[in-house]
Write a protein that binds this ligand. Structure first.
Ligand code: GUN
Length: 295
């Protein structure tokens, strides 16, 4: 495949377009419901990467008209204090979405805290009930990054039915849910991971290759089938010529000429995550309105 036929999957542009659509929707719904949608992002400690993600989410909320109910706890906060805050937010009728920014400090059990979130406000889609709904193919809140990958593929009309999708990485945040979503779209899915022997032999069979590992330069040109669609979910901080920058798991310069479509890093999957989070919050807001009509 010649270099010039390889196109970028522009997540930045699509994410902004989704935010514009949400802004209009919120303006209409707010007039009817009498309040804006509300999102609570809970953060513990001062991990700089997490702080940047949280700021990003709160700014995006402000842009589209979602009210923020965030809490920023000191590192030494106890499990019970965070749990009590989650319970208060579960009971707050102005809050439609609750998200606990991960990772948490080691003394806090993240899985146990996720169980405390009302599944109908779990805009991260990480509560076991929502993961169960995904496994069963039932409607429900879906994790934002995997949903962002699917939205990007749909926006560029990538055919999934009958195609071979290879997902590298088996995390609960990305690898497992995106595999289930691709399966639901009738792709044949292979899940590869750190113990997969001869990874290149597997990736070379992929029509759609999704990598969510966190290892810069893992995927090189020889590992990609000519004409494949390549989705890079990795976000790695790296110093290049003394300057901090973000790179994915894919060696972009060598892989781009082999692929038909490829996500850049930054500007690919990353911006989609925030827009899908806002979308989930609005979905939950609308569900809550339906529930109040029916009660
Ligand atoms: N940290 C990195 N990615 C995510 C995410 O998608 N959700 C949460 N809650 N924390 C994260």
């Amino acid at each position: 495949m010649p270099a010039e036929s390889s196109k970028l999957l522009d997540g930045k542009r699509l994410a902004l377009q989704i935010q514009e659509e949400l802004t209009t929707q919120i303006q209409t719904l707010q007039a009817e419901i009498g309040r804006p949608p509300g999102l609570a992002v809970l953060m513990v400690g001062d991990n700089p990467a997490s702080a940047a993600y949280v700021r990003n989410k709160e700014r995006a909320c402000e842009r589209v008209g979602i009210a923020s109910f965030g809490h920023h706890f000191p590192t030494e906060v106890t499990f019970d204090e965070v749990k009590q805050t989650i319970h208060n937010l579960n009971a707050n009728p102005e809050v439609d979405g609750i998200l606990v920014q991960l990772p948490l400090p080691p003394h806090l059990d993240a899985t146990a805290l996720l169980y405390e979130i009302d599944p109908d406000k779990d805009v991260d889609g990480l509560h076991p009930l929502n993961l169960g709904r995904l496994v069963r193919g039932e409607p429900g809140l879906r994790s934002c990054t995997p949903a962002g990958v699917m939205r990007l593929l749909a926006a560029y009309d990538v055919e999934l039915q009958g195609k071979h999708a290879v997902v590298i990485g088996r995390s609960i945040l990305v690898g497992k849910p995106v595999s289930l979503m691709l399966l639901a779209a009738n792709a044949t899915v292979t899940m590869a991971h750190s113990r997969t022997p001869d990874l290149a032999a597997v990736t070379r069979t992929a029509d759609i290759l999704v990598t969510a590992v966190g290892q810069p330069g893992l995927i090189t040109a020889e590992m990609v089938k000519p004409g494949a669609v390549v989705i890079d979910v990795g976000i790695n901080r790296k110093e290049v010529e003394g300057k901090a920058c973000l790179v994915g798991d894919v060696d972009f310069a060598s892989v781009q000429p082999h692929s038909s479509l490829i996500t850049p890093v930054p500007g690919g999957v990353g911006p989609m995550t925030v827009s899908l989070l806002l979308g989930n919050t609005v979905w939950s807001y609308k569900q809550r309105r339906k529930a109040s009509y029916n009660s």
